[in-house]
Ligand binder design. Structure first.
Ligand code: SAH
Ligand code: F3S
Length: 481
């Protein structure tokens, strides 16, 4: 690091460390879950100190990094296609280096270097701090790889560089890895064991975001309700913690409360909740603080007890209903969304009907729905044959989506002729005369711009709606500003 001498104060000589001038260009793109998008902001921050600024133009990049997803086969195919595109660009810009980050890097390891000649660098989700060393190796003409998973790494000490930001909403990661071992899921293998981030560093990040003008954060983890800080270390080692560490531990309900109190005007969201780990305290904390948004993403995957068991989801359909009933009792009108998998091995028509009837009971506000994709190395791959024909999977998925659309419309229509508070995020895609934002229930709302600006909390009278979007008229700033 260069140093400069500042002699402005008489008699005192101050040595100020100066950042390297950023001359190199980094093109970074992300696929998959929010966690990947958040991780890319950590990577951009690490590389900023190494002389890289980000660019939106692939053609001018010195280094291209792609943060990858392995959750379904299709996600991996998308990345392979992108590598073909990089290959074409490399013919024009031969000095360009290409690195693969994230879950595919972890899953395929050195196979990536063999299979994809374009790739110079393979880095797993816990090894991003090693990037400067790995890039140095690549600069010397060698391929470089680090896919070691960690017991400690949470990147809590790194201040993310916000990428493609609207300046209003941001992700804050709170846990890494997952210990749940749902049989269909590759995440425990690609992201390692579960560990939580120091609450102090989470609060500092939130305070910093507020100071920079951000108005909404989403606390991120594969399984946020399992958050547990007792001074560091893996969740599974909590049993071995001292009595003092156990007594002073912070669980997710406590963390939510700390966040809500630290910035009472900041909107707080979180994702994702596995029903088996969601406790009443979390719902009660949500009810207690106005700034915690009344929306829970509560993936269930299937409505059949037999399939839930085969998926190693540790709750029954009935327990899920009890949780839903409690949510609705403690937080009337709370929005609930789902993830669903159609065509898990051995799924019968009756199992599928159970999924539809579960949906009928909950009437989710929205959802993310998929056909089952067998992932190499998972428990389901080892234990079951992928025996549901693709045509059957697709037909069941269509039925699930059609029902969800009906429920989304039903839920959205409930807001007609009411007043909702909207946080303005950006211009509407459909019209530059309109703002687009979201309600606390996570429903998109569009309305004429008038004199409002991005980042304002606005009260909007809802006059119309589509299946998933509210349309209205702003009647004034809300008193949250
Ligand atoms: N806890 C995670 C969920 C992991 S992946 C989160 O924070 O989002 C997101 C969703 O992908 C899962 O809820 C599940 O519905 C879906 N999914 C995971 N593995 C899958 C597979 N093998 N086939 C199809 N869908 C899958
Ligand atoms: Fe995957 Fe289940 Fe964890 S879906 S991320 S193993 S909670």
């Amino acid at each position: 690091m260069e140093k400069t001498i500042d002699e402005t104060k008489q008699g005192e000589t101050l040595v100020i460390p100066q950042k390297k001038e950023n001359t190199k260009k980094l093109f970074i793109e992300s696929y998959g879950c929010s966690m990947n998008f958040s991780d890319s902001e950590i990577v951009a921050s690490i590389l900023q100190n190494e002389g890289f600024n980000t660019t939106q133009h692939l053609e001018e990049a010195d280094l291209v990094l792609v943060n990858t997803c392995s959750i379904r086969d299709k996600a991996e195919q998308t990345v392979r296609k992108r590598l073909e595109k990089y290959n074409a660009v490399k013919r024009i810009n031969p000095k360009m280096k290409v690195g693969v980050l994230g879950c595919m890097a972890e899953r395929l390891k050195s196979k990536f270097l063999e299979e994809e000649k374009i790739v110079d660098l393979v880095v797993g989700p816990d090894a991003y701090k090693d990037l400067p060393n790995l890039i140095a190796e690549v600069d010397e003409g060698r391929d470089a790889i680090n896919v070691i998973l960690s017991k400690e790494e949470t990147y809590g000490d790194i201040s993310p560089v916000r990428l493609n930001s609207n300046g209003v909403t941001a992700f804050v990661s709170i846990t890494r890895g997952c210990d749940n071992m749902c049989t269909f899921c590759v995440v425990p293998f690609t992201r390692g064991r579960e560990r939580s981030r120091d609450p102090q560093s989470i609060i500092e990040e939130i305070n910093d975001l507020w100071a920079k003008g951000y108005k909404e954060i989403t606390l991120l983890g594969q399984n946020v309700d399992s958050y547990l800080w007792y001074g560091g270390g893996l969740k599974k080692d909590f049993e071995k913690a001292s009595d003092f560490e156990k007594a002073t531990a912070t669980d997710f309900a406590k963390l939510l409360e700390l966040c809500a109190k630290a910035q009472p005007k900041m909107r707080i969201r979180f994702s994702t909740s596995n029903p088996q780990d969601m406790h009443l305290e979390v719902i009660e904390t949500m009810a207690k603080y106005d700034n915690i948004c009344n929306h829970i993403h509560l993936p269930v995957q299937s409505g059949s007890n037999r399939i839930l068991k085969a998926m190693n989801r540790l709750h029954t359909r009935e327990e899920y209903f009890t949780l839903i009933d409690n949510i609705k009792k403690i937080i009337p009108g709370c929005a609930i969304s789902q993830d669903m998998i159609a065509g898990f091995p051995t799924e019968t028509e009756q199992d599928h009907q159970d999924t539809l009837s579960l949906m009928e009971y909950v009437k989710y506000n929205f959802g993310y729905m998929f056909t089952y994709s067998e992932r190499p190395g998972t428990l389901a791959e080892r234990k079951f044959e992928d025996d549901i024909p693709e045509a059957t999977k697709s037909r069941r998925l269509s039925e699930i989506i059609a029902l969800q659309l009906k429920h989304s419309e039903y839920r959205t229509r409930q807001f007609l002729n009411t007043t909702v508070e909207v946080l303005i995020e950006k211009e509407s895609k459909k019209s530059n005369q309109q703002w687009s934002g979201r309600t606390q229930h996570n429903i998109v709302c569009v309305f004429p711009k008038a004199d409002y600006k991005v980042g304002d909390f606005v009260n909007v009278n809802v006059t119309d709606c589509t299946k998933a979007t509210l349309i209205g008229e702003a009647i004034g700033l809300s008193n949250n500003n």
